[in-house]
Design a protein around this ligand. Structure first.
Ligand code: PBG
Length: 329
């Protein structure tokens, strides 16, 4: 593979000038690589900070227009909606997930009506924002029931599709849900609604600030280790992806991102399917805090995001996606 040798061979030659470095660059980032998460709250005319996530806010629906205008102007292809419900709307079964006037449904209708297909809308399929115990499904003696949860997830998927959601993103990790959701969508003629499966979602310690943002942190008892993946495993990730592809996933997600770049690369090498990565809340906050405290330079954000591309990610869900002008060189 190596031709020639020092002193006639010098790899530093192509690094000498910026124009040359640009020419030989193997990867690049642009706005089209990003998905912007948006946290929603009930009420009117409110923008609230999230304590554990510097510079990230929760918005009432009437205030999301500005961020979406900006996302479209900056060529961001898609937003991901996450609701923070008041406690009184939560119950053990996540019934509010099936209410066509719930926060997410109203937000989808608002965005679709104003922006048509100028930007994609992605919604999580999982019950954790809706359950009073904070788990992604329904519980029986502390254990999340698989098949019974899927029945509710199908309802949630069909409802979000009906409202105009473009990409359904099951993030619940129940076995078999992709096939069942695809089947239900096709039967109701939602043939073009895409499924982005959170196929490889680890039971991670990096979700803390997100649970804070959607209000599932206080209520969550225990952890999610009986359904999310064990971070000791990587072969198992390939099995999860293989199953979800067979069941009809259009794209797969790896989550979290930075501690799992090896998984992104392995999937990319084994399957020719779009792989997305989620730079999750804990990763975001660690980096944001280190920059605020001047421990690392702001350029570390670009370096961090570029690692996802190098690993093979097709797109990145990132809380930085609303500030790319400031971050991409
Ligand atoms: C819910 C969900 C979670 C995240 C996205 N969807 C949290 C969880 O599984 O507890 C985490 C995102 C982040 O940390 O930024 N199923």
């Amino acid at each position: 593979m190596i031709t020639g040798k020092y002193p006639s061979l010098r790899l530093r030659r192509s690094r000498k000038n910026s124009w040359s470095r640009r020419l030989v660059a193997e990867n690049n980032l642009s706005a089209s690589d990003f998905i912007l998460p948006i946290f929603l709250i009930e009420g009117k005319n409110k923008i609230q900070p999230i304590q554990s996530m510097p510079d990230v806010y929760k918005y009432t629906i009437d205030r999301i227009g500005k961020i979406i205008d900006r996302a479209i102007n900056n060529q961001i292809p898609m937003v991901a909606l996450f609701p923070n419900l008041s406690k009184k709307l939560k119950d053990p079964f996540g019934n509010e997930a099936l209410n066509e006037n719930n926060l997410v449904c109203r937000a989808i209708r608002y965005i679709k009506k104003r922006y048509k297909n100028k930007i994609g809308i992605m919604c999580d399929v999982a019950l954790d924002p809706y359950t009073n115990h904070g788990h992604d499904g329904i519980l029986n003696s502390g254990y999340v029931l698989n098949d019974e949860t899927i029945d509710i997830l199908i309802g949630q998927s069909l409802l979000q599709a009906e409202m105009g959601c473009d990409v359904l993103a099951p993030s619940d990790m129940m076995d078999g849900r992709i096939g069942k959701i695809r089947n239900a969508l096709d039967k109701k003629n939602f043939k073009n609604v895409q499924i982005l499966s959170y196929a490889v979602k680890y039971a991670s310690n990096f979700y803390g600030p997100f649970r804070d943002a959607v209000g599932s942190k206080i209520s969550l008892k225990g952890d999610k280790k009986t359904y999310q993946m064990d971070f000791k495993n990587s072969d198992e990730a390939l099995r999860e992806v293989a199953l979800d592809i067979r069941e009809g996933a259009d794209m797969v997600m790896v989550k979290p991102g930075l501690p799992y770049l090896d998984i992104i690369r392995t999937i990319k090498n084994n399957f020719k399917i779009p792989v997305f990565a989620y730079q999750v809340s804990g990763e975001y906050s660690m980096l944001a805090n280190a920059i605020n405290k001047k421990i690392v330079k702001k350029a570390a954000i670009f370096e961090n995001l570029m690692s996802f591309k190098r690993a093979g990610a097709n797109a990145i869900v990132s809380y930085y996606a609303d500030r790319l002008n400031d971050i991409l060189p």
